[in-house]
Design a protein around this ligand. Structure first.
Ligand code: FPP
Length: 268
């Protein structure tokens, strides 16, 4: 109990000092990176709250998405300053979003995704980072498909961070990839998966890495079809809507991970 209370106090003190220093002009992300707090190697973001932000500000939904996209672009700039973060997954649009939102909203998001990639690609390349699209590309407009494939091709040899953007992505697609990898293993080697190691192996083959930390903005405390990626992750849901997220908010959210007491089923 005493240990937990110390941890809570330390977290409160750390976060308070982050707020104060940030208000006096210091960069909260740089402060976080220098703090020695452990950072997730793979952080996954479920961006949420664009619609509510637009409504709150009396603006069309597209303005919420525009502002949300800008916030994600700034986040990628910020995360460049945290060396321990090697893999970033941004879940921009789910399979459900694509089929359940109006044609006009979806088409606006598709255009936004194209301009976002145009803006991001130069910095991804300059930083030696790698871009990956996850999800079903075949249902996306041809022009967007081309941009996604081109961004992947142009950065495929890079060794820096990997930035994955999910558009028309949902967790079940990873289950499908894993099942298909299992079928292929069976037809090639006659082997059926029977252990955790086998499943981990299939996940490696089907390129479905676990996230260490999932952040969902806007306070919603659910995964909404984020699948196996989240099964071993810590989760944090700041109440701030995506378009209002600042560098300080991301730094505070990431600091939550650094204060978690992870035991992975064991004891300390
Ligand atoms: C979340 O807010 C936004 C989406 C599910 C879709 C669009 C995502 C972005 C614009 C981020 C930028 C990324 C790309 C690649 C374009 P919501 O509209 O679900 O918010 P609400 O729950 O408040 O209505």
């Amino acid at each position: 109990m005493a240990v937990e209370l110390t941890n809570i106090n330390e977290k409160a003190e750390f976060q308070e000092s982050l707020r104060k220093k940030s208000m006096s002009g210091e960069d909260p992300i740089v402060l976080l990176a220098r703090s020695g707090l452990s950072m997730p190697s793979h952080v996954a973001i479920i961006p949420d709250g664009n619609g509510r932000w637009a409504k709150k500000n009396g603006l069309p939904i597209l303005e919420g998405h525009n502002k949300g996209a800008k916030v994600l672009e700034n986040l990628l700039d910020d995360l460049e300053n945290i060396p321990d973060i090697k893999l970033i997954t941004l879940w921009a649009l789910s399979v459900d979003n694509l089929v359940k939102r109006s044609e006009i909203e979806v088409s606006n998001i598709m255009s936004l995704a194209e301009s976002m990639i145009d803006r991001l690609l130069p910095s991804i390349k300059a930083r030696g980072n790698k871009f990956l699209h996850i999800g079903d590309v075949t249902k996306l407009p041809k022009s967007l498909q081309e941009k996604l494939i081109n961004a992947q091709d142009e950065t495929s040899q890079n060794k820096g961070k990997t930035i994955r953007i999910g558009i028309n992505y949902q967790g079940f697609q990873e289950d499908v990839a894993l099942v298909n990898a299992a079928i292929e293993q069976f037809s090639t080697f006659g082997r059926r998966p029977s252990s955790r190691a086998d499943i981990e192996d299939l996940k490696r083959i089907s390129q479905t890495p676990h996230a260490d930390f999932v952040i969902r903005t806007s306070g919603e405390q659910r995964f909404s079809g984020f699948g196996a990626i989240a099964e071993q992750a810590e989760f944090y849901a700041p109440s701030t809507l995506l378009p209002d997220m600042t560098s300080l908010d991301w730094a505070l959210a990431l600091s939550e991970y650094g204060f978690r007491d992870m035991r992975f089923g064991g004891r300390k």
